[in-house]
Ligand binder design. Sequence first.
Ligand code: ADE
Ligand code: ZN
Length: 328
Amino acid sequence: MPKAELHLHIEGALEPELMIEIGRRNGVELPWPDAESARRAYDFRDLQSFLDIYYRATSVLIREEDFYDLTTAYLRKAASQHVRHAEVFFDPQTHTARGIAIETVIRGIEGALRDAHGNLNLSTKLIMCILRHLSEREGMEIFRQALPWRRSITGIGLDSAERNNPPSKFRNLFELARREGFMTVAHAGEEEGAASVREALDILQISRIDHGVRCMEDERLVAELVRRQIPLTVCPLSNIRLRVFPSMQAHNLKRMLQRGLCVSINSDDPAYFGGYVNENYIEAADALGFERSDIVQLARNSFIASSLDTIQKQLYLNELQRYDEETP
Ligand code: ADE
Ligand code: ZN
């Protein structure tokens, strides 16, 4: 089924095998001798225990070709699962803090995105995420460094540890980003509750919420999200692996869909959470008992919630409708 993926951290697509290979070629020491032992360490208690490992693994990424290879591996996998459009997050501060130039990061990712348009018949957008555990001043600094690349960057996002780092901490940065013409998104309502989603909406004035599952704790907020059709990019396997919900059966995705929220299914950090976008659809559908019409609605939402222009959206929606009519 054709679909868009809107919540994917490129650093979270670094499979252990590729991490070991790039680490070897760059002479970077890792705490894991091989891919199997890395995978065994991917047993998370919460968001922070994941982030500690995720940031450690990125230390192998040094040269432009490392970012190119990582992005190409993700795009090939996504295309094989009929992702027709991908909006890719990257975390430049993770790399610049290690002395990697932002142009190395962007050139590598951008080269892979460009090649994928031709070779894999897939459209893409790039979203630069600000690390919320760092200060707004540091966020401003990376934003300034990225401005020469503004034609390659569609949106500005906010990720990393939500606890103790509320959206309001980045009020000025997001105001500037909007003024400069960027689409804005933010992780909210993953680790923290509905108040965090409310702040992202009111103070940062974002146009899409990443995760947002805990909005369901506030009925007034839900009513507004439904009325305004603010998209929420939900990542079911991530939520189970980071213990936002105790099991897939306990996930609230079906309730969100039935309530009329514009929810889509995404993989977040597929190398860490046990699956790419199709595995997320399949495991959520099996556990929550989705009808075919629910699954098609989720894919429809993924295109509607994208930052594509109206004509491109309609072309993909037509493709999805054709698939639905022609596939038994
Ligand atoms: N960075 C990568 N994945 C993330 C997530 N699920 N939440 C916050 N920051 C992240
Ligand atoms: Zn995420």
